[in-house]
Design a protein around this ligand. Structure first.
Ligand code: ZN
Length: 211
């Protein structure tokens, strides 16, 4: 008898925003970590602070003109995300909240994540996805090196691709301002910040107990 790959399904919710996650072929401890990450992603994306983040998103670029020695350099602030499909930050937020992924255009107000593990060797990548597939992939090594906040960041990054947002394949100065990178980095930043606060509070509690 052939052993089929186990499919698991779960939904995590925060402030009315859901992360609905289907995993295929994951081990129990891998699923447990993914579920923690999915809950973190729901917490961050569903929080009203995420709307404020998108609405006010801006970045700075350095421009130059002229030739040496008359070369001029100045900074310019650009409002909104890079590769924004002519949408404002707020429009991108509202679109993300619909949860209408490109391949199943249904407005269900939830992030639908279909996840498989890439078990090939090496650390070539963290995760990836293909335009014409509902599946997004996480590389196996991530499970032994990453915490749930890093995984939450990658789930959010790949999900932004599923929502139709892209970035340059090669690293450029603006790539980090694209929707997948900006949102993924934001998720990680907020998770770590909250975690840091928790650790500080725990530290205070422990030192109080020692008094
Ligand atoms: Zn990407």
């Amino acid at each position: 008898m052939g052993r089929g790959k186990i499919t698991m399904e779960a939904t995590f919710e925060s402030n009315g925003f859901k992360v609905h996650i289907i995993t295929e072929g994951l081990k129990e401890r891998e699923n447990a970590l993914i579920y923690q990450a999915a809950q973190l992603m729901a917490n961050v994306i569903g929080d009203p602070a995420f709307k404020v983040f998108c609405e006010n998103y801006k970045y700075e670029i350095t421009k130059t003109s002229g030739i040496w020695p008359y070369r001029k350099k100045w900074k310019e602030t650009i409002r909104g995300f890079w590769h924004n499909q002519n949408k404002s930050g707020l429009e991108i937020h509202n679109h993300l909240m619909t949860g209408a992924e490109k391949l199943n255009g249904e407005i269900d107000n939830e992030a639908d994540i279909n996840l498989r593990i890439d078990r090939s060797f090496g650390r070539r990548c963290i995760g990836y996805t293909y335009k014409n597939s509902i599946w997004q992939y996480l590389c196996q090594w991530v499970f032994s090196s990453y915490g749930p906040e890093n995984i939450a960041s990658n789930l959010a990054h790949e999900w932004c691709h599923k929502m139709g947002y892209s970035h340059e394949y090669k690293k450029t100065s603006r790539r980090k301002y694209s929707v997948p990178y900006a949102v993924g980095d934001y998720v990680e930043y907020i998770c770590k910040k909250n975690n840091f606060k928790k650790k500080v509070i725990m530290g205070l509690m422990l030192s109080k107990l020692e008094d």
